[in-house]
Ligand binder design. Structure first.
Ligand code: SF4
Length: 376
């Protein structure tokens, strides 16, 4: 009898549809011992010393799609050495042939190479190593308990050497943390280590962690490439009322994303921007990530590529191919009709469809905050 992950439909708000590919996910722990100071998912009683294993029962195999592990807590944090909950999920995935996307910073993932190899041989797993910078003077302060970046590089190289699909997730990408030269060098190094693809996602500012995070950033100000750039991109008095996603403006994102992308390309891997797909450098051919749900930005790229007005029925045909749930389709439909779905893209509404516009409506993403109504 295998313990299967309890999974949750995750994309139920406009906010998650816009930026995340997650279909369903499971977490093996509440809280995270790594204690990154920008962590989106910490909350009272669910962080650091309060970490505790989660009951994993609910055998709900049908229509799981790809299950993400590690979206809100690290599956290979120290507690896993004893608890082995993540390992039990890998065992269940082998038995039930469930595809997994495993996101981690923990070097403990190497313990499970035997199971990961088995999953990989069936095309059922991709491991994504999360990293923000190669500058260990910074990570020591703001990711106090996580493995050092050099250790994460070693982990990725060892997984790749075992024929386990591995990628990197540069998240959160924080403008000003590194110089453009450092970002390019990091992109190249990550590309060489994984040999496949490197994703990135901009820092999502959140009120609950903002003050402690800023204190951490102040402490490493002299280690940053340009602390002034960081302060301009993410002001100390960030306006949390205007932006549900809490990301910086495009003018600050682009100078960080471009050198990273160029470095990844030079290193021979594909670069994927989760915030701005037009920066993505190619189609993914390896790894299970390519099967995940499209974000709004992927939807926009598909429509733009059609060269004419795309109306709802043909869009729905395409979108259904990713097997979204009915309630997700309902939410996308309502945002499509209201015109909000493609704010922040090059698409303009025309009748019941959308077509490419010359104008990139980036600031408009800030209006989404009042509209992110979950589907009941
Ligand atoms: S490793 Fe991930 S889940 Fe854990 S504290 Fe850091 S950001 Fe949060």
């Amino acid at each position: 009898m295998h313990r299967l992950p309890s999974t949750f439909e995750f994309q139920t708000s406009a906010e998650t549809i816009r930026a995340h590919h997650w279909r369903s996910y499971t977490d093996t722990y509440k809280g995270c011992e790594f204690e990154c100071q920008y962590c989106l998912y910490k909350g009272p009683g669910e962080y650091g010393r309060h970490v505790r294993p989660v009951e994993i029962s609910v055998p709900a195999r049908s229509d799981l799609g790809i299950v993400d592990i590690g979206t809100t807590t690290d599956p290979y944090q120290p507690m896993e050495a004893e608890q082995k909950l993540t390992r039990s999920i890998l065992e269940a995935a082998i038995a039930e042939q469930i595809p997994l996307f495993v996101l981690t910073r923990g070097s403990l993932v190497l313990r499970d190479v035997d199971l990961l190899r088995e999953l990989a041989s069936a095309g059922l797993v991709e491991v994504c190593v999360s990293i923000i910078t190669l500058n260990e003077d910074i990570t020591t302060r703001i990711e106090p308990n996580a493995p050092r970046p050099s250790e994460r590089l070693r982990v990725a190289e060892q997984l790749a050497a075992q024929d386990i699909p591995v990628a990197f997730h540069v998240a959160p990408l924080i403008p000003g943390l590194d110089t453009p030269e450092d970002l390019a060098a990091m992109g190249k190094r990550l590309a060489e280590a994984c040999g496949s693809h490197v994703f990135s996602a901009m820092l999502g500012a959140r009120k609950p962690y903002w003050e402690p995070f800023y204190r951490g950033m102040d402490a490493v100000a002299d280690k940053c490439g340009s602390f002034e750039t960081f302060e301009r991109a993410y002001p100390r008095d960030f306006d949390f009322s205007r932006d549900a996603a809490g990301t910086c403006d495009f003018e600050y994102a682009l100078p960080a994303l471009t050198p990273l992308r160029d470095g990844v390309t030079e290193g021979g891997a594909i670069y994927v921007s989760e915030n701005y797909p037009f920066l993505t450098t190619g189609a993914l051919e390896k790894g299970i990530y390519r099967w995940k749900l499209p974000t709004v930005y992927d939807m926009a790229s598909w429509i733009e590529g059609r060269g004419s007005v795309a109306e709802w029925p043909e869009f729905l045909d395409w979108y259904r191919g990713f097997q979204p749930s009915d309630r997700l389709v309902g939410l996308v439909r309502s945002l499509w009709e209201s015109g909000e779905l493609f704010l922040g893209t090059h698409l303009a509404k025309q009748g019941d469809g959308y077509a490419r516009s010359e104008e990139l409506l980036l600031p408009a993403q800030h209006t989404l905050v009042a509209k992110r109504t979950p589907v009941a």
